[in-house]
Write a protein that binds this ligand. Structure first.
Ligand SMILES: Cc1ncc(COP(=O)(O)O)c(C=O)c1O
Length: 393
């Protein structure tokens, strides 16, 4: 069924104010998400924060179950956090505290890895002496599966790979990565931060040990929300960092034990309004249909790529299959200037530089790119407007 774009826009108050093509940064929340967040804040203000939590416990717990449905996981293997980076760090340092990194060893990482994940690897190199190995890319920029297979032969500690990068629209073949990792019995950390909400995601099919994402991007949840999936065979080995009374049980003056599976990453204090907002956003996306959203985003993005190329801009996404991140440069203009000029015309995009990835962008001789990222509620006319504004430059 084709999507009803008018009704998606009617649900999205921000559509009246801006041409929002920065959904890979943070999307516009739809009205039901906004209402759910505000409703819970009002309840806290009216009856008390603890009492509001008890009253809304089904919706709060339901948010975890919704993320479970989105990624094909049991809710016990899902935890809500405040960001993708927080999720990834909980799992990675959870292995570190369990002694998994103590003897050093090799960690494989893809060229399009996100900065905050890579920073943890650099920290772990200083602390544990791990070696960081960057897996090669094929000519189109995707992870090179042959190179990965070779590197997996010597049993590295783990492989971490990105479904969709922050700075280019190619889709990595993560199910194939998962099959290779499973055959080599190496845990696979999947960064699904830019894919959740715009591409179908099934952690069982992909075979990852860990998957992480954020709420504010293509899922259209509130800022300050994230999610973490950990397969039970791995969560049971991880030791939660910063344990509190909901992630562990204090058994006696001398003893404690972590809670079961991913619930060991729970925290007592959190923005429950935001968690409810995230759950509502996931339910909203699932009700529309991830496949349908995905098709629409891909079609708008391809339209943009074609028009950019036709007007003389360079598109840098690569990839065999591409999604809703369109990275480009305009000859003679710095990325930041393009962003600012479009902002003056009421069009939101971002300029992304090497601070987010110091391997892939410099490796291709790029200092910075402009990133436009449409969502299903955007229109063809908005895409055309962006290109017209660029042509006017
Ligand atoms: C691919 C990718 N991974 C991870 C992150 C980090 O997400 P967060 O800011 O929620 O920690 C981002 C943020 O832009 C991203 O694009």
């Amino acid at each position: 069924m084709p999507l009803d774009i008018e009704s998606l826009r009617a649900d999205t108050p921000g559509c009246e104010k801006v041409v929002h093509l920065n959904n890979a940064g943070a999307s516009l929340m739809p009205e039901p998400v906004l209402e759910a967040v505000i409703e819970h804040l009002r309840l806290e203000a009216t009856i008390g924060g603890y009492e509001a939590k008890s009253a809304a416990i089904d919706r709060i717990e339901g948010a975890r179950a919704s993320v479970g449905r989105l990624v094909g996981a049991d809710p016990l293997d899902v935890m809500l956090t405040e960001s993708d980076t927080a999720s990834w760090a909980k799992a990675f340092w959870g292995l570190g505290l369990a002694g998994y990194l103590d003897k050093g060893g090799r960690v494989l990482v893809d060229r399009i890895a996100y900065g905050s994940h890579y920073l943890s690897l650099l920290q772990a190199r200083e602390r544990f002496g791990i070696e960081i190995e960057v897996v090669a890319s094929t000519e189109d920029g995707s992870i090179d599966l042959e190179d990965l297979a070779r590197r997996l032969e010597d049993r590295p500690l783990l492989i971490t790979a990105t479904h969709v990068a922050t700075h280019r629209g190619l889709i990595n073949p993560v199910a194939a990565v998962g099959r290779l990792a499973a055959a080599a019995k190496v845990p696979f950390f999947l960064d699904a931060c830019q894919s959740a909400g715009q591409l179908p995601l099934d952690v069982g099919e992909i075979g990852c040990a860990v998957a992480t994402g954020t709420g504010r991007k293509f899922l259209r949840g509130p800022r300050g929300t994230g999610w973490l999936f950990v397969a039970p065979e791995w969560s049971e080995q991880m030791v939660p960092i910063g344990v509190d009374a909901t992630s562990g049980d204090w058994l006696s003056a001398e003893e404690w034990e972590p809670r079961e599976r991913a619930t060991r990453f729970e925290v007592f204090e959190s923005s429950f309004a935001s968690r409810i907002g995230l759950g509502t956003a996931v339910d909203y996306a699932l009700a529309i249909g991830i496949e349908e959203i995905s098709e629409r985003i891909k079609s708008l993005s391809e339209r943009l790529r074609e028009q950019l190329t036709a007007m003389g801009a360079s598109v840098h996404d690569g990839g065999v299959e591409r999604c809703g991140i369109v990275s480009f440069t305009v000859p003679g203009f710095e990325a930041r200037t393009v962003m600012e000029r479009l902002a003056q015309a009421g069009i939101n995009v971002v300029a992304s530089d090497a601070t987010f990835n110091r391997i892939d962008l410099p490796g291709r001789g790029l200092e910075a790119i402009v990133r436009a990222s449409p969502h299903a509620f955007n229109t063809e006319a908005e895409i055309d407007l962006l290109v017209d504004e660029l042509a006017a430059l």
